[in-house]
Design a binder for this molecule. Structure first.
Ligand code: MTE
Ligand code: MO
Length: 509
């Protein structure tokens, strides 16, 4: 019983410490909240195959699973600390402190570390140790022989010291819950605001009418920002102050310079419809979206700096120190690579990289779509490696030709009769040539394509279908305009970049 009380003491000390650290972080530095700091470090240290496995098995929940695991392990160790503090209190204090030191180290070794990032760990240490000592004292009092309390109340279990421990524990738990919730509410509060952006010098044409109304269930031609997929290594979304934000251009350039947001957005702006894809997208998955981007041509910015020597890489750095490398040859081949400040007619949202991000048509996001961009360094692959390159990912990753079935939904039951099979296909920077559907292993049939926005944009497609009752297997494949057929090959040797033929099974009743 004593042991159990002491274990609980350790757990509550950790919970209280983590909760207060989280609240302090919410005001000082969200990403330095103890669990988040450790979580981010675990993400960076996780071997790539394990990371891919986690993304594949937990999808967007991978971050929740990670944080849950960090919490569970921490609480287990804290319980041990509580038990060990029975005879020697310094042992428990030392173990709890060691856990907090780990969190502090995790925060201190993040790429964009600032001294305030240590505040949450300090708060966690103070509250954690104080809670451990306070509750330990009550736990031990509650476990003393009860002879004197039996005398006064007649019931051994109702001793005042026992009640004291229970009350104190419940109090700590409730207080920690409230404090952690307050921190979470503050961290999670998305700023909703949109800057007024200048008009583009080179606007996009009006978006044609898509198949959105014609084919119920098909992806809209333009993905609403709120539905646009999110992929990054961040456990908290960076919230950048646009008034102090700058973009630095340095490295192998003649004139290194720094731009404020006002200066950047005063440069000539282009507006382009571009489809983005993540290399971690599973066949049929949702890590793909199409939007209208407003931004400054990357070559305009590089031209202003003037290249020096023979750089072959644009190394871009985000405000949190995350880096992406983009082949300079790709940036300079005439495509609309840009520093985007607007998405679908508004400024970027925090989730999608406010106030500025890279967009490189034709390349998977991890080699060309740096969010929360703050620095562009002209360099060479021999000299500098970006985040994913350090993890053995390829440095040039053109998006593979791919098609997705949006409707009918996999494993759904639909009514017999005339309906449509439909979805989207993409082959960025080559353009979609045709999309074919195969029903129940029969011939590949050519589908009808939606409007052709441009070669960097996805294309909606559909095939009218007279659905007969029974179980049906539908497969889809695309061919780009260079004749490259969608295959089951991996897009890049590493990471996965699945681009296989998608098959869905539906029941027609
Ligand atoms: N700063 C930063 N930028 C990043 C990433 C990241 O982890 N950090 N992930 C990249 C990846 S892998 C993809 S697919 C795209 C996704 O952009 P989105 O979240 O706006 O859809 O962002 C890219 N830019
Ligand atoms: Mo990605």
């Amino acid at each position: 019983m004593t042991r159990l009380r002491l274990a609980l003491t350790g757990v509550l000390a950790a919970v209280a410490g983590i909760a207060v650290g989280h609240l302090v972080a919410a005001f000082a530095a969200p990403s330095a909240s103890p669990v988040l700091a450790i979580g981010s470090t675990v993400i960076d240290l996780t071997p790539t195959p394990l990371k891919e496995w986690a993304i594949a098995h937990f999808g967007t929940n991978d971050k929740l699973v990670l944080q849950g695991s960090v919490v569970v392990v921490t609480l287990a160790l804290a319980a041990v600390a509580g038990i060990l503090s029975r005879t020697r209190r310094w042992v428990g204090v030392a173990l709890i402190s060691a856990l907090v030191v780990l969190a502090g180290l995790a925060a201190a070794t993040r790429p964009a570390f600032r001294p305030v990032d240590l505040l949450p760990a300090v708060a966690t240490l103070v509250v954690g140790v104080a809670t451990l000592l306070g509750l330990r004292w009550r736990a031990l009092a509650a476990s003393r022989p009860v002879a004197d309390t039996v005398q006064s109340t007649g019931r051994p279990d109702a001793g005042p010291s026992r009640r004291g421990f229970v009350l104190a524990s419940v109090g700590v738990a409730v207080a920690a819950g409230l404090v952690a919730t307050a921190g979470q509410v503050r961290i999670g509060a998305q700023r909703v605001r949109s800057l007024v952006l200048p008009r583009p010098a080179s606007p996009a044409e009006a978006l044609p009418t898509g198949l959105d109304r014609t084919v119920p269930g098909i992806s809209p031609l333009q993905t609403p920002t709120a539905d646009f997929y999110r992929v990054d290594t961040n456990l908290t979304v960076p919230q950048v102050d646009v008034d102090t934000w700058t973009l630095e251009v340095d490295g192998m350039v003649e004139n290194p310079f720094t731009l404020t947001f006002a200066e950047l957005s005063a440069m000539p702006l282009i507006e382009r419809d571009i489809t983005m894809t993540c290399v971690s997208n599973e066949v049929g998955g949702g890590y793909v979206g199409a939007a209208r981007w407003l931004g400054v041509r990357l070559t305009d910015v590089l031209g202003r700096a003037g290249l020096r020597g023979r750089p072959d890489q644009v190394l871009s750095t985000a405000v949190d120190g995350f880096t992406i490398s983009t082949p300079l040859s790709v940036v300079q081949d005439g495509r609309d690579a840009m520093i985007a400040i607007g998405m679908n007619g508004k400024s970027l949202t925090d989730v999608h990289g406010f106030p500025a991000r890279l967009i490189t048509p034709g390349l998977y996001g991890f080699v060309g779509a740096t969010k929360w961009l703050t620095k562009l360094t002209l360099t060479t692959y021999a000299q500098d490696q970006a985040y994913w390159t350090q993890r053995q990912w390829v440095t040039d990753a053109p998006i593979k030709t791919s098609a997705r079935i949006d409707t009918p939904a996999p494993l759904s039951t639909i009514k017999a009769g005339r309906t449509a099979i439909g979805g989207v296909a993409w082959a960025q920077h080559r353009g979609v040539g045709k999309v074919e559907v195969q029903i129940d292993g029969g011939d590949w049939q050519q589908t009808r394509l939606g409007p052709d926005v441009n070669i960097d944009y996805w294309r909606q497609w559909y095939l009218p279908w007279d659905a007969k009752p029974g179980l049906h297997r539908i497969a889809v494949r695309a061919v780009d305009r260079e004749g490259q057929v969608q295959s089951n090959e991996r897009a890049t040797p590493f990471p996965s970049g699945a681009s296989g033929i998608q098959e869905v099974v539906v029941t027609v009743a």
